[in-house]
Design a protein around this ligand. Structure first.
Ligand SMILES: C[S@@+](CC[C@H](N)C(=O)[O-])C[C@H]1O[C@@H](n2cnc3c(N)ncnc32)[C@H](O)[C@@H]1O
Length: 229
């Protein structure tokens, strides 16, 4: 079983012996890998749809880890037992992740760690986390083909509110030392330049907002260069 670099990066944030809840497990590969490598002690694989959950169950049997994996049909964490250490949500968009986290405010009262790999609207997710009592402790990058994937380790507990630019490039990501950081920063800046160019005719509030974010991102890039000298 060959795991994508994206999912391997999520696995790297799991501590040895952790009990893992993989919400949106689909095929179940992440949990299976964690059990086969001895990294997780137990895995709850959950999904909102029965078909992916069945495929996770079949795969767990095929790879000989079904005895340490439980399967739970659930919208987010609503039907999950709470005796786990780490929540993993991977391969979903920000709206789904925010929905899942909003439904489980009890996560903030425990000792849980969250490993989040968001596929779309990442700035919105970072902003939501920062405004809703979570802190991004670590963030790194994985690459599969031509795509870059940020992976975050998030802890309950409010940290400093992120600025608009930091919702695109978090302080944790800038401190990650990832060899992919320079290329990723350039790509984020390029995306923001295109958004600004697309809005330039309107000159409205959104244009002004994106322009300010672009300036902030360019300052961050300049600091990376200065620190690299
Ligand atoms: C694209 S797959 C990602 C699978 C795997 N985590 C990965 O990263 O490769 C997203 C999965 O999340 C599930 N899902 C979507 N919304 C969900 C929710 N509210 N609660 C639990 N699972 C959900 C989908 O059914 C789907 O199987």
């Amino acid at each position: 079983m060959k795991l994508s670099n994206r999912l391997l990066a999520c696995c790297d944030y799991v501590n040895y012996g952790d009990r893992v809840a993989d919400v949106g497990a689909d095929h179940g590969y992440l949990g299976i890998h964690l059990l086969r490598t001895g990294r997780a002690s137990q895995v709850i694989a959950s999904d909102i749809h029965p078909a992916p959950l069945e495929s996770a169950r079949r795969n767990a049997v095929k790879f000989g880890v079904a005895d340490r994996m439980t399967f739970c049909l659930s919208d987010g964490l609503s039907a999950l037992p709470r005796d786990f250490d780490v929540l993993v949500c991977a391969g979903m968009g920000a709206d789904t992740m925010i929905h899942i986290l909003s439904m489980a405010p009890w996560l903030k009262k425990g000792q849980y760690r969250l490993i989040l790999q968001c596929q779309s609207r990442r700035p919105e997710l970072r902003r939501w986390l920062s405004e809703n009592g979570y802190t991004i402790r670590r963030e790194t990058l994985a690459q599969d083909g031509k795509f870059y994937y940020p992976v975050m380790e998030v802890l309950p507990g409010a940290g400093p509110t992120l600025t608009p630019g930091q919702c695109y490039l978090s302080p944790a990501l800038l401190e990650s030392g990832s060899p992919l950081l320079g290329a990723y920063v350039r790509r984020v800046i390029e995306g923001m330049r295109e958004s600004v160019a697309g809005l330039s005719r309107s000159g409205g509030e959104k244009y002004q907002e994106y322009l300010r974010i672009l300036e902030e991102l360019l300052e961050m890039e300049a600091k990376i260069h200065d620190n690299g000298r």
